[in-house]
Design a protein. Structure first.
Length: 405
């Protein structure tokens, strides 16, 4: 190995090493840490052109799936195959000999990139010709009007719930350090999927999603309903929380939607636990867990079946699904891209964990676009829904602008 490559094996430097491996490969890669885990994982596909796959999860080779919010005409998702895979435990010492052989070979002719060089490489490879949002998606008056239209649609019984979204564009500091930002997110949000992915010609995204869409491990299938939002306050926010009827009903709608999907496929045997209050960084949510034994119920392909039924969930789109989706297409006026889509590792180490892409940002040469939405029912107050989206944007935004926050 080239003597120019000499790393101090701190957590930040290990993540920088993974970023260097990904960005110098010319292909697609993803880095993530699952909720309540100390393991950082990476997959890398050196293929320059983005790959797409059908949503038959059980048949896919190990990799990382990424799907936009909008339905795709070809019914496919982008896929980063695990041609290369690497993982390490964040709470254990990392040594040079722990690098896989492919990484050592790739680094042979490279020098270690410092923070500035890594940042330049990142932004040189990031889409910078245009930011894909429209100015209207940043406008407060437009969002407030969206909420008002949503309330009217619910009161007229056209919808039960709708989830309008917005964006917020922030400057990326000149001293931005992606490795520090990711590590800070991991430390601050232990119950979220911390993720970063880069797909050439499509985008560079990072996030901290608290919401599992579908998860399979062995014969067990898992999903959750996560809705209702308020800011966490005080030393022990779980003890001081008080939910309004609007928030309770919003979460119940999501749970009922999941149960309705079970009924569609005549699945009657499932465990349901909740709702309970959970902390997601600076926010509180109501969560209900659902578990199914796929072998006992005779549904070995339940992961793929439920993925197709659940996306986009009522938590990010609304109910009824088609009517809410049509409402957003007509009035929202911007492309959500990968926000409120889904992403996560598939068949990696015997497990599939697909999350709704929430609390996320797309990165550009000197800007980051933050995305957030709010659930609207007839009891919604437009100004409060705007405040909720501000809280959600802050989850990622504050770490981009100050990663030591």
């Amino acid at each position: 190995m080239n003597t120019e490559v000499s790393y101090n094996h701190t957590q930040t430097e290990i993540i920088q090493l993974l970023l260097q491996l990904g960005l110098t490969s010319g292909g697609s890669f993803a880095i993530w840490r699952k909720p309540k885990s100390k393991k950082l994982e990476m997959v890398l596909d050196e293929t320059a052109s983005p790959q797409k796959v059908e949503l038959n999860l059980e048949e896919l080779p190990p990799g990382f799936i990424v799907h936009p919010f909008a339905d795709q005409e070809d019914k496919k998702a982008y896929y980063i195959k695990a041609n290369r895979y690497f993982s390490f435990e964040l709470d254990q010492e990392f040594k040079p000999e722990d690098l896989p052989e492919w990484a050592k070979i790739q680094l042979e002719d490279q020098k270690k990139l410092n923070d500035g060089e890594l940042r330049k490489l990142l932004f040189d490879q990031t889409i910078n010709n245009k930011i894909i949002t429209s100015g209207i998606s940043e406008d407060k008056s437009h969002f407030l009007r969206l909420v008002e239209l949503g309330i009217e649609a619910v009161k007229e019984n056209k919808l039960e719930k709708v989830v309008p979204a917005r964006t917020k564009t922030i400057d990326i500091p000149k001293d931005f350090n992606l490795a520090c930002t990711l590590l800070s997110l991991m430390n601050s949000y232990p119950n979220a999927l911390i993720n970063f992915f880069h797909i050439p010609h499509l985008g560079t995204w990072m996030g901290a999603s608290p919401e599992v869409l579908i998860e399979t491990k062995g014969d067990i299938f898992y999903t959750m309903s996560l809705a209702g939002t308020q800011k966490a306050t005080g030393d022990n926010p779980l003890k001081s929380v008080a939910w309004t009827q609007k928030e309770i009903e919003e979460q119940a709608l999501v749970s009922r939607y999941i149960v309705s999907c079970f009924k569609k496929i005549r699945l009657r045997e499932y465990e349901e636990h909740g709702p309970k209050t959970v902390v997601a960084g600076n926010l509180l949510h109501l969560k209900t867990d659902f578990r199914i034994d796929m072998e006992a119920t005779g549904f070995p392909e339940l992961g793929s079946i439920m993925l197709n039924l659940l996306h986009p969930t009522s938590a990010v789109c609304g109910m009824p699904r088609k009517e809410a989706h049509d409402f957003l297409q007509e009035y929202e006026d911007f492309d959500r891209s990968f926000y409120a889509g889904f992403l996560g590792p598939v068949n990696v180490q015997g497990q599939t964990s697909v999350f709704v892409n929430l609390r996320t940002a797309s990165l550009f040469s000197n800007k980051a676009v933050l995305y957030s939405g709010a659930g609207v029912t007839e009891d919604s107050v437009p100004e409060k829904e705007w405040e909720e989206t501000e809280y959600k944007c802050e989850i990622i935004g504050k770490f981009i602008q100050n990663p030591t926050t």
